[in-house]
Design a protein around this ligand. Structure first.
Ligand code: ATP
Length: 253
């Protein structure tokens, strides 16, 4: 694989907040089609690392490459246009609009139509088709006319993922996709992510606290601890890694 350009490459990235080294010299290579989970104890630097990838803030040092292009200083909105998708939080979508309406808005944004006062028949059809495709992918077709604010927690998370998919990302970043969910909803959202990865071949990087989800989904796992990369490997390698067991897996979250 070393001859191919990875989807995402992080080279020796650090982020300091004053004297605090939240992320310290982390490197990571995510290949096309891979599902990478980032795990680590509370305060390990996972969210900060994600924020560096999405461009919420720039790294203090190091480089981030998307499809081989250095994006370390590229603004977040431009990264989205370059194919980096992340889930919308429920607060960023419109709870008083239906699933279909929300999806259409995201699709129109993705197609660059959002500022157009009206659309011709061909463009309208493109929006409708893309919106239906995204809702089907997220298993929301039957709920297309339901208000997002009235959906179950699991369906709301699926709607958030659907909105991200509407922008046709080539890399999907999911920050704790099953946070706060019960077993049934966790199962539902895990199934969606699995389908996106296995069937639709999305490259996905996710932060996740639920180890059942991580070990069920991930091709590779990166473990952060105290801002540093503690270990990297397949789920089997990580679960057998003594350092990881000591630092993390043995401890209750
Ligand atoms: N904007 C900020 N300003 C100052 N310190 C910050 C900021 N964001 C994060 N930190 C600190 O950086 C360290 C890493 O935090 P981060 O949220 O990235 O960890 P995490 O692994 O995502 O934790 P959790 O699992 O609890 O969400 C923590 O000590 C945190 O307090």
């Amino acid at each position: 694989m070393s001859g191919t350009v990875p989807k995402l490459e992080v080279r020796n990235v650090s982020k300091n907040f004053g004297n605090l080294k939240a992320v310290s010299g982390v490197s990571m290579r995510v290949e096309n089609g891979e599902l990478r989970a980032i795990i680590g104890p509370n305060g390990a630097g996972k969210t900060t690392f994600f924020n560096l990838i999405t461009g919420f803030f720039p790294p203090s040092s190091g480089e981030i490459l998307l499809d081989g292009h250095d994006i370390s200083r590229v603004p977040a909105a431009t990264r989205v246009k370059m194919g980096m998708g992340r889930t919308f939080q429920i607060t960023e979508i419109f709870p008083e609009l239906t699933v279909k309406e929300n999806t259409r808005i995201a699709v129109e944004t993705g197609l660059g139509f959002s500022l157009r006062p009206w659309l011709g028949a061909a463009d309208k059809k493109r929006v409708t088709d893309a919106s239906e495709e995204v809702m089907a992918m997220a298993n929301l077709t039957a709920k297309a006319d339901r208000l997002v604010g009235e959906l179950s927690h699991g369906d709301q998370r699926s709607a958030e993922i659907a909105m991200a998919l509407a922008l046709k990302p080539s890399l999907l970043l999911l920050d704790e996709p099953t946070a706060g969910m019960g077993d049934e909803e966790t199962y539902q959202v895990t199934g969606l992510i699995r389908r996106l990865h296995r069937d639709s071949k999305y490259t996905i990087v996710l932060i996740e606290h639920d180890m059942r989800v991580v070990f069920h989904l991930a091709d590779h796992i990166s473990v952060l601890a105290e801002g540093k990369l503690l270990a990297e490997g397949t789920p089997q390698e990580i679960s057998a890694n003594e350092h990881v067991q000591n630092a993390y897996l043995g401890k209750a979250e």
